[in-house]
Ligand binder design. Structure first.
Ligand SMILES: CC(C)(COP(=O)(O)OP(=O)(O)OC[C@H]1O[C@@H](n2cnc3c(N)ncnc32)[C@H](O)[C@@H]1OP(=O)(O)O)[C@@H](O)C(=O)NCCC(=O)NCCS
Length: 158
């Protein structure tokens, strides 16, 4: 017996026309306790800036994840990464990080970096992609309940 082939993860460059999809994922993906989600005006405002890239991951016709990054002067920063909760643990986050690395290289970056809250489940994903810990800012993030978290800076030479 044969069933439908599993949908492959498609990661494609996105733009202003994709902001509805990105914001729908953003709203679900980020825990409001940490205030890490960006607003629509913040996203719309950064999109036209030099070196900014947004990527949308889809399974079939369904947008399921996105990344936002910026490449300037040989350095690339992963600003945001989010996957809708219903679609996690299928490799979508990994596909988005892989596409960030590939796109950054193509754009001339040789040094990639990102900042992540200590304890974030994304840490394992970043480590597996080759990012190493290069900095720690103590108690940089404060949750809505007052709990403080370190900010970790991770970097990768490509
Ligand atoms: C972090 C985040 C992007 C990961 O997305 P994801 O699509 O679940 O990522 P992946 O599926 O590639 O990897 C997640 C885990 O599933 C595992 N996995 C991947 N494919 C899998 C599969 N087919 N079957 C089972 N497990 C799988 C990975 O090994 C990984 O394991 P880990 O938790 O031990 O690291 C997502 O959890 C998220 O949106 N979090 C909230 C936003 C956030 O904090 N973003 C990061 C800071 S900006």
């Amino acid at each position: 017996m044969t069933g439908p082939a599993p949908a492959t993860i498609l990661v494609q460059p996105a733009g202003g026309a994709d902001l509805d999809s990105v914001m729908a994922i953003m709203t679900q993906a980020f825990d409001p306790r940490f205030g890490e989600a960006w607003t629509r005006p913040q996203c719309a405002g950064i999109l036209p800036m030099y070196g900014v890239s947004m990527m949308l991951a889809s399974l079939g016709d369904t947008p399921v994840g996105f990344s936002l990054s910026r490449t300037v002067a040989g350095e690339s920063e992963l600003l945001l990464l989010g996957v809708a909760p219903d679609w996690r643990a299928r490799g979508i986050g990994t596909a988005l990080v892989d596409s960030f690395i590939a796109h950054s290289r193509q754009s001339g970056a040789r040094f990639l970096h990102l900042e992540v809250r200590d304890g974030n489940s994304a840490l394992g994903l970043y480590r597996r992609a080759g990012f190493r810990l290069v900095g720690r800012r103590h108690n940089y993030y404060r949750g809505t309940d007052g709990q403080q978290f370190d900010a970790l800076t991770m970097a990768l030479d490509v």
